[in-house]
Unconditional design. Sequence first.
Length: 161
Amino acid sequence: MDERTWERHASPWSVWTRVASFPLLLLAIWSHAWIGPWAILAVALVAVWLWLNPRLFRPPARTDTWSAMATFGERAWLNRQAVPIPAHHARMANILSVVAALGALPAFAGAVLNDLTATLAGAAVVMLGKLWFCDRMVWLYRDMKESHPPYGAWLRPRDEV
């Protein structure tokens, strides 16, 4: 994503509607039981939504919110090759990514097999892993904005609005 897209993705509307997209993806997969092969279109629509999402919303006036700082931390995480991050953040981000990925296995299998228990249990693990990951990204951002001034420039507190 380019700078403008990242600014837009810092919007709480972008963050929270994107979080809500995982259950929509599972529902789209599950829909094969009702609409047969047309479920592929439903999955494709969710994929298009996931691409459009960080591009649709206006940049927020203030960025001192949890959701904005989660996106800033994610940017720092993705840029860790150029600007190294503390080892404890890298370790936890990797662990939480594995947790979410492990939850995705039963979630997707459950959606394909129309097994509600597997779908919901897997989705719960994915959402827990993802939201905890986002919370760690807030922590990462708070640590990195002081040591890397370009990251600090992303912050627009309430009193500056």
